[in-house]
Write a protein that binds this ligand. Structure first.
Ligand code: NAP
Length: 548
């Protein structure tokens, strides 16, 4: 097998069904592979330093369908974006595997929807516990495949696990209604029922959390899922399946299997190469057995999937791209604004959908803000391999991403922008770019109307509040927006006028499982996380109860 580290590509044993009333699913030992040699640490170190010593069973290469690890006819390579080293070859699923996964999910749905909310809650809670127990290993997988600094990867695993914890709690709080109609002999009931099988397509920038944010809600509601992770980051999605398979390791062996693991077919993962993404996406998003499409990724891909949904009339949740404005008003506290700018711009090296894309700074505070921002960048940002202690800025996901940032910088400079710091590729390698601050930026520059997804902070100077809001709202997307002000009246005005789904007021980090995440305009449809997230996976059914 052409893998560079020891990665298993075999069908793991699966002893019987795991639905209620069925047999125990015995597992022995720790998180060890069911067969095959143990990985040699020297081999691991040689090819992927950060994965040395990682439990081999967590590094799965096969698809996970109907509770079984299944190889595909072909494989595709996954690389460490920092070094370019191959991490492994992963099953390259096609339409056939996609359809099989949908069937498995549908069969499982017919039984999973009957599982009590309390039991679904308890299973999600156990999955959460296992993620926490394996958090260090799961974080290292994220850093290896996405390049994200290890500290941030740890943060993502907690954030990811918290969605399972949160939705384990929400699973038990799905209520219906009783409505009194004008007819005295009738009552109207409103039931909430699971939508069905959900096709879940996720990006590489949060390889774990973008999955649990959807899957936690879906499973809590009684739906089952087929997950297609991004080509660059399939290992995190597959590791989530392995973690949940490991339930019996940590539980009383006398527990029923149904109480110990998410049943077969409820969580399916079909990794595929970028070459196959279009047809696999179409297969799962048009299949009549699928009732819901939940997507996180670019607006361009989201529109393709919306076409699929339209043709077969499916429910959708779309978490798409943004162009977050970060506005600093004259009344702002400069130090607070700089701290918020650092957090909102440079998390994951600028590769988050809520990263600030353009900085609008009022004339009176402009120079002080730019000076302090540049100093903070030079002092606090360290570019390096995500596994190295102290790294805050890892590589971008691939060279295409670097080219995009480079193009935006060159375009801005050619139109009169000034480079305050950074401005070019980083000497560390082809996927690295220097954290860059530009000033004298104007609205005709590419970086002000195209999502950057990289470590570039362009600053536009403005004079009035109306002008700043007009610039911010000119975007055809509206995910997050941030502003800094000490004026309470202005805070109300601006928070209400910004055309975005999420606003940070004097705060640069706003994501939290308790709060609704999502955008307006072309940033998407629906909300994830929070008490609203589960509704995306529930249908309302009205029952008219007559003859009373
Ligand atoms: P992307 O190119 O749209 O890819 C996202 C996912 O869609 C990947 O799994 C990709 O597979 C798949 N895909 C691509 N083309 C497809 C097609 N024709 N049919 C079905 N699936 C297809 O986005 P990305 O560049 O990976 O991610 C970055 C984008 O995601 C940014 O715009 C960012 O703002 C957005 N994002 C939004 C949120 C949010 O919550 N709103 C969160 C994170 C990221 P491959 O990997 O194989 O191409």
């Amino acid at each position: 097998m052409a893998t560079c580290i020891w990665l298993r590509s075999c069908g793991a044993r699966r002893l019987g069904s795991t639905f209620p009333g069925c047999r125990l699913r015995p597992r022995a030992g720790g998180l060890v592979p069911a067969s095959g040699p143990a990985p040699g640490p020297a081999q691991l170190r040689c090819y992927a330093g950060g994965l040395a010593g990682l439990s081999a069973a967590l590094l799965r290469t096969d698809s996970f369908v109907g509770g079984r690890w299944l190889p595909a006819a072909a494989t595709f390579p996954v690389q460490d974006p920092a070094s370019g080293a191959a991490l492994g070859m992963v099953a390259d699923c096609g339409v056939r595997e996609a359809r099989a996964a949908v069937r498995a999910a549908y069969e499982a749905f017919c039984r999973w929807r009957e599982v009590s909310a309390k039991e679904r809650s308890s299973l999600l809670r156990k999955w959460y516990n296992l993620m926490i127990q394996n958090k260090d290993d799961l974080a290292r997988i994220i850093t290896a495949e996405s390049g994200k600094p290890l500290k941030e990867a740890h943060g993502e695993i907690l954030y990811s696990a918290f969605f399972l914890e949160w939705f384990s709690e929400e699973a038990r709080r799905v209520y219906g209604d009783i409505i009194y109609t004008p007819a005295k002999d009738r009552r109207a009931l409103v039931l909430k029922q699971p939508v069905g099988v959900a096709a879940v397509i996720t990006p590489w920038n949060f390889p774990s959390a973008m999955i649990t944010r959807k899957v936690g809600a879906a499973l809590a509601a009684g739906c089952t899922v087929v997950v297609k992770p991004a080509e660059d980051t399939p290992f995190s999605a597959l590791a989530l399946a392995e973690v949940n398979q490991g339930f019996l390791l940590d539980l009383d062996p006398l527990l029923l299997a149904s109480q110990a693991g998410i049943p077969s077919g409820v969580y399916n993962v079909i990794p595929c190469s970028r070459k196959n993404a279009k047809e696999v996406g179409e297969a799962i998003c048009t299949d009549p057995l699928v009732s819901k499409i939940s997507f996180t990724g670019s607006t361009t891909t989201g529109k393709i999937l919306l076409h699929h949904a339209a043709n077969s009339v499916k429910r959708v949740s779309m978490e798409l791209g943004g162009l977050a404005p970060f506005i600093v008003f004259d009344s702002a506290n400069v130090d607070q604004a700089v701290a918020g700018a650092m957090a909102s711009k440079f998390r994951n090296t600028g590769q988050t959908c809520v990263c600030s894309n353009q900085f609008l700074v009022q004339r009176g505070i402009h120079d002080a803000f730019v000076k302090a921002f540049a100093e903070a960048m030079k002092k606090n940002l360290r570019v390096g391999n995500g596994f190295e202690e102290g790294t805050t800025q890892g590589p971008l996901i691939n060279e295409k991403a670097v080219e995009k940032v480079e193009k935006q910088v060159n375009d801005a400079v050619s139109k009169g922008a000034t480079v305050v710091t950074g401005g070019k590729r980083h000497q560390l390698g082809k996927n690295f770019f220097e954290p860059t601050l530009l000033c004298n930026v104007t609205q005709d520059m590419l970086c002000t109307h195209e999502e950057t997804f990289g470590p570039l902070a362009p600053v536009i100077k403005f004079d009035t509040e109306e002008e700043a809001i007009a610039i911010a709202n000119a975007a055809d997307v509206g995910l997050a927006g941030y502003f800094y002000s000490q004026d309470p009246a202005q805070i109300w005005r601006v928070a209400e006028q910004l055309e975005v789904g999420m606003v940070g007021v004097n705060e640069g980090l706003i994501s939290s499982v308790e709060c609704p995440f999502g955008g307006v305009k072309q940033s998407g449809l629906g909300r994830e996380g929070s008490k609203y997230g589960i509704d995306e996976y529930l249908e309302l059914k009205y029952v008219c109860y007559g003859g009373l």
